[in-house]
Write a protein that binds this ligand. Structure first.
Ligand SMILES: O=C(O)CCC(=O)C(=O)O
Ligand SMILES: [Fe+2]
Length: 318
């Protein structure tokens, strides 16, 4: 973990879009659902990008491909993950900056209780009725976010967001979830696996729906029981973005590695993000000792679209 920098605000109320009750709920239940976290103006351009990128993939036959028997628990299958892409996106500045929104960073810092956070996951997900069987078993996401298990300490776990870009009713495949107290009552305290049919049935008896309007933020973590469900409304779609934050320096957690996609278009982000947003991608803020005359000159040459004035203003020797 990194130590708090003297000039790094622990929380910036300027960007605050959650309440203390949301953080308490997230800590106690594992879930906080915050309607209206994003405004229609913020969501609209991103929905337009999704339409351009994914709208053409809407299947002709809008019937649910339900390959299960009646009452059977869902399974993971690769068709569920068809329309998924990773940051940086082939879209607007708004789309590229959504998962880096200062209000998300603020929420992540407050929930994890750390001054510095890192964006470790950001991907799109467009689901269409009939495209796949989206019904999943109850699971916790830690399986592909860490090689170990969720820590006892919240600051070493994660906060994982699902951003609703369209209205998500149950007929649009709303996420279903079980609060931590409810899950632990049937599985045992701190349990993160539910491999038997009996355990799945016990969780199902306690499941709640995260159905909510566009602009809603669903916050959970790597240790929360939940499952994807089928879209059943004919011709419907569900556009969401999946966004994960961890404490900066927590090497136990990972999903995406931004450096590997250096050949993708980072210009919309580099040209428009504020230092606080770039910091969660691993770019040191202005004034960090990484920045020397040499690293500043080389970085400016590498990314000509990036206005580095704020970094130059804090350059050594100025
Ligand atoms: O998209 C959803 O509603 C949940 C999907 C999910 O939990 C997963 O794929 O891990
Ligand atoms: Fe999941």
């Amino acid at each position: 973990m990194t130590e708090a920098q003297a000039d790094t605000p622990v929380s910036s109320t300027e960007h605050r879009r959650f309440s203390e009750a949301d953080v308490e709920r997230w800590r106690r239940d594992g879930f906080a659902i915050v309607p209206g976290f994003f405004t229609p103006d913020e969501i609209m351009p991103v929905v337009a990008d999704y339409e351009r990128l994914y709208g053409g993939r809407r299947p002709d036959a809008a019937e649910v491909m339900n390959r299960k028997g009646e009452g059977q628990i869902g399974r993971f299958n690769r068709h569920q993950f068809m329309n998924v892409d990773t940051l940086p996106y082939d879209g607007s500045v708004e789309m590229n900056l959504l998962s880096l929104h200062p209000a998300l960073i603020d929420f992540a810092r407050a929930a994890l209780g750390v001054p510095d956070v890192h964006l470790y996951q950001s991907h799109t997900w467009a689901k269409f009725t009939g495209e796949a069987d989206f019904d999943q078993p109850f699971h916790c996401d830690f399986g592909n976010h860490t090689l170990t298990v969720p820590s006892d300490e919240p600051c070493r776990r994660t906060i994982d967001f699902i951003v609703y870009l369209t209205d998500v009713t149950d007929a649009h495949g709303a996420l279903h979830y079980v609060t931590k107290p409810d899950a632990w009552e049937v599985l045992g305290e701190g349990e993160v696996l539910a491999n038997t049919a009996e355990q799945q049935a016990a969780l199902k008896a306690r499941e709640r729906s995260a159905a909510a309007p566009a602009g809603t933020l669903v916050a959970h973590g790597i240790d929360t029981f939940h499952r994807g469900t089928n879209l059943t409304l004919k011709g419907a779609h569900r556009y969401t973005m999946t966004v994960g934050y961890k404490a900066a320096g927590n090497d136990q957690i990972g999903f995406h590695v931004w450096q590997v996609s250096a050949d993708r278009n980072w210009a919309p982000i580099l040209a428009n993000a504020i230092p606080e947003q770039l910091a969660v991608l691993g770019i040191p803020p202005p004034g960090d000792p990484f920045w020397t005359p040499r690293t500043l000159a080389l970085t400016r040459a590498r990314w000509p679209d990036w206005d580095m004035q704020a970094w130059l203003d804090r350059a050594p020797g100025r």
